[in-house]
Design a protein around this ligand. Structure first.
Ligand code: 1GP
Length: 230
């Protein structure tokens, strides 16, 4: 069974974006620890299945980050289930999760489910708009969410999400200090486009996520793997 605690780097691929076979092969053979399939809009069962089948040709873990119940399908190694800790709408904290458990709970293998305590720090990103995150946070706010995830709820994963923008290293460092005292894996995602940025965030986070750069700056994106892995 795959374990996020063993990882340093993942690529997040958006089922709603095109990627050609050649780039997909290079991404999957880059040495990254896993491919996470996930996106905020335009995610359908068809584009999820299509991407899963293509990634499945390569011998690395393939994870679905669940954004809607309708797009959940068997065949992934793990299912990341976000709960948005700083959402103001309970739908995104436990609401959809409750509905999913009512509907499909008996079919799910609990060993394949990993809850991600999301803290969305970029209020402009699509995920923030979708989940009702509008309050900007300072370093102490993020630190409190890290404590909430790590010390209180003892979640397996704390995901500091800056999606689309590069975060403040001081904020990330503070969250990392707090989570280093816990068993919670610290995942950072947002705006990593270069090896230097990967290295900087990789100093603090246990796992870094590279998303948009795969599509926008593929050559640079591929270099982020070696930047954080020995
Ligand atoms: C998005 O955290 C990931 O959910 C990665 O962010 O697309 O900005 O790399 P980027």
């Amino acid at each position: 069974m795959y374990d996020v605690r063993d990882w340093r780097h993942v690529f997040k691929l958006d089922p709603n974006k095109d990627i050609d076979d050649d780039l997909l092969e290079r991404v999957c053979e880059s040495g990254t620890d896993a491919i996470v399939v996930g996106g905020s809009d335009g995610v359908t069962i068809d584009n999820v299945l299509d991407l899963m089948v293509r990634v499945r040709r390569f011998p690395l873990p393939c994870v679905l980050e669940v954004s809607t119940v309708e797009t959940v399908t068997p065949g992934f190694d793990l299912y990341f289930i976000p709960t948005v800790l700083n959402s103001t709408n309970s739908k995104w904290i436990t609401g959809l999760h409750f509905e999913a458990m009512r509907e499909y709970g008996e079919l799910m293998n609990p060993d394949e489910l990993v809850v991600e305590g999301y803290c969305i720090a970029n209020t402009e990103c699509k995920a923030a708009q979708l989940t009702g995150v509008s309050q900007k946070m300072d370093k102490e706010d993020v630190a409190a969410y890290a404590r909430l995830a790590g010390h209180l709820l003892k979640l397996p994963v704390f995901y500091l999400e800056y999606s689309g923008v590069y975060g403040d290293p001081k904020v990330v460092q503070k969250a990392a200090d707090i989570l280093s005292e816990t068993k919670t894996t610290f995942v950072y995602g947002g705006g990593i486009q270069t090896a230097e940025q990967a290295k900087e965030m990789g100093k603090y986070a246990d796992v870094i996520v590279v998303g948009n750069a795969v599509y926008d700056f593929p050559e640079e994106a591929l270099k982020t793997v070696a930047a954080v892995k020995k």
